[in-house]
Each structure stands twice: as structure tokens, then as C-alpha cells.
Design a protein around this ligand. Structure first.
Ligand SMILES: [Zn+2]
Length: 175
């Protein structure tokens, strides 16, 4: 997965800045506590002296100040994103492997010369499998799986995020 070249889509959902993602990954590994100073809007970690969030450009105000920890639902949203992405990448990589197995078999059985020579056929098949499965798994998983997974995950994230924002704003104004 090429996380470094990921763009931030202009879809109205400010989650997840790179720094928030790093924080949650480290949190999941137990490397950092869920304590600190986070933007009250997008939950990007903010340094003590920072006045304005670098990610969503929101300034902490009396309405919505910074928070001390990232809310659990937001952490869950990122985990769901990662899970969806991983499933699509792995699924497509597996599909690539299956295609290589059957296409290789088709090629070997389709060439009369190889059909009569078991050793030569085995060698050719092994080469096709070695190169083909890696190539196809990389292409399908790394390219299509990554793209589709990202889009699916993002779409769901936008829904979850807007629900969460409704809840957050609702809870804030109810008091
Ligand atoms: Zn922010």
C-alpha cells in the first residue's frame, strides 16, 4: 500500500490527517497513551503552543476547544478503514494468484510440445506461477484492490463521520 502518496479528498470529511493516523496506529500498538492535545474538530494531534489546527485550519474556540483524547468512535472509524482496505488488497491479490494458477495451466496444456513433455511442462508452469502470481497479485492487489478498497472505505467513513458529527453537535447543544 502506498500510503505516502495518498491524497486527501475534498469530500467534507476532515478525517484522517496523517498525524492522527500515526497516533491511532501507535495507540493500537500500545506505544502511546490516548492522552494529549487534539483538535476538537478533526482530532489531529496539536502541540501545546499551536493555536490553529494545521490540518483542518480550525482554531480552538469556546464552542469547541481542543480535546485530551481521541474519542473511541473515531478510533473505531480508522480501524474500519484499515480493515476494509486490507480486505480489498488481499482479496485482489488472491484473485491474481488464482488467475496465475489457471492461466498457467491453460498455457501449458495448450501447447502440444509441453503436453507431451512432463519435465519441460513443469518447468514452464513453475516459471509462470513464480512470475505470474507475484506480478498479478501485485498488480491486482496493489493497484485495483488498493484503489477500490480506499474508495469503499472512504465512502463508509464519510457516512460514519457525518453521523458522528450529528451526534457530537447534538450532544453539545442539548445541554
Ligand atoms: Zn483539525
Amino acid at each position: 500500500m502506498n500510503e505516502e502518496q495518498r491524497y486527501i479528498p475534498e469530500d467534507g470529511c476532515p478525517l484522517f490527517s496523517e498525524r492522527l493516523e500515526e497516533h491511532i496506529v501507535a495507540l493500537t500498538r500500545g506505544e502511546v497513551p490516548n492522552r494529549g492535545r487534539f483538535c476538537g474538530n478533526c482530532y489531529t494531534p496539536m502541540a501545546r503552543e499551536t493555536q490553529r489546527c494545521h490540518h483542518c485550519n480550525e482554531e480552538p474556540s469556546s464552542d469547541r476547544g481542543t480535546v485530551e483524547q481521541v474519542p473511541e468512535p473515531v478510533i473505531e472509524m480508522l480501524r474500519a478503514v484499515h480493515k476494509t482496505e486490507k480486505n480489498w488488497v488481499n482479496g485482489f491479490a488472491y484473485l491474481g494468484l488464482v488467475i496465475a494458477v489457471f492461466a498457467g495451466l491453460g498455457i501449458v496444456l495448450g501447447i502440444p510440445y509441453l503436453r507431451e513433455r512432463l519435465l519441460a511442462a513443469t518447468i514452464v508452469y513453475a516459471i509462470i506461477l513464480l512470475i505470474g502470481s507475484r506480478g498479478l497479485a501485485g498488480l491486482l492487489g496493489g493497484y485495483y484492490g488498493d484503489r477500490i478498497g480506499f474508495e469503499r472505505a472512504r465512502r463508509r467513513l464519510i457516512e460514519d463521520w457525518s453521523e458522528w458529527v450529528d451526534e457530537r453537535e447534538g450532544a453539545g447543544s442539548a445541554t
